[in-house]
Design a protein around this ligand. Sequence first.
Ligand code: UDP
Ligand code: MG
Length: 346
Amino acid sequence: MDDLLDDKAKIEKRRAKDETVRCATPVLWIIIPCYNEEKVLPLTSEMFLNKLLSLISAGDVDEQSKLLYVNDGSSDETWRIISDLSVKDDHVIGISQSRNRGHQNAVLAGLMEAKDHCDITISIDCDGQDDIDAMTQMVAEYKKGSEVVYGVRSDRNNDTWFKKNTAESFYRLLNMMGAEVVFNHADYRLVSARVLKEFADFQEVNLFLRGLFPLVGFRSSTVYYVRHERIAGDSHYPLRKMLALAFDGITSLSVKPIRLITLMGFIVAAFSILGVIWSIVCFCMGRTVSGWASMTSIVCFLGGVQLIALGVIGEYIGKIYLEVKHRPRYIISERTGQFYQKESDR
Ligand code: UDP
Ligand code: MG
């Protein structure tokens, strides 16, 4: 009976039969977000293709596997480079976003594009910083039963002292503030199509992918790798953007900051009661003229506390505002490469 079914039907039958059964050669789509990467792509694209071809020839993944480049509204030659790559090799395909939407949205666009066409995805930056050889181990972990495999940096010796410390404080701060993230894991991860289908129901606009996948659940594992330096070009994540990302991560995943404000409110209220008692005592003792300095400091302190509190609450209201609009999280304007041939072939 199986012989009569084409490949696509076989895949669907296998999924329907038992979601937990691992295919010996899953169809892998590698998702690579690119923003103004004309300097780095010509160097790393060959590396990615060779890795994919070696996984295929080793029998680790299916011949139908693809490299999906996501152009995040680049203003340089990135999209032309991707289009050329897709003409040269059928394993390479590309989508282009209508404008720059940021790394997280670019990865999301790739994942959503991939989810109905493959068994597993691996997202990786295009700058060659993440060790591509960790993919072999990720696929092996998937075959052992993990639905999500997190790539975790084993050391940061290649980072500057400043980058290492700010990045590690970033993960500590996130966890302290109630956003559950895997320490030292960025966006290099394997996610199965099964998890992506559940993840598609997470409709949020404020995206912080590394904090969302732990929320989806399913069996997960980690693979350690050494993070290299960028092969060419410059990072798009200076300290300012990293702080913004941390803030986005915290406020989109946790309400702990609002709880801390409530706690702070209680503490300040308790102190104010003491202050009121103190001022009544002073009044009774006839010492009410002096005390200008203490009065001014209290007013300034309370003014500051209130502004911070308003700011944090405002941040949440801003997030709600963006969420209720339900704007599309990405818009694909162009595609390149043999996308659907695979579908009809199967
Ligand atoms: N990126 C993107 N859109 C952006 C910024 C970055 O798609 O608006 C991509 C970028 O091309 C790279 C990845 O996201 O593949 C990570 O960016 P980068 O290497 O600059 O960050 P870093 O590794 O320094 O944190
Ligand atoms: Mg990088």
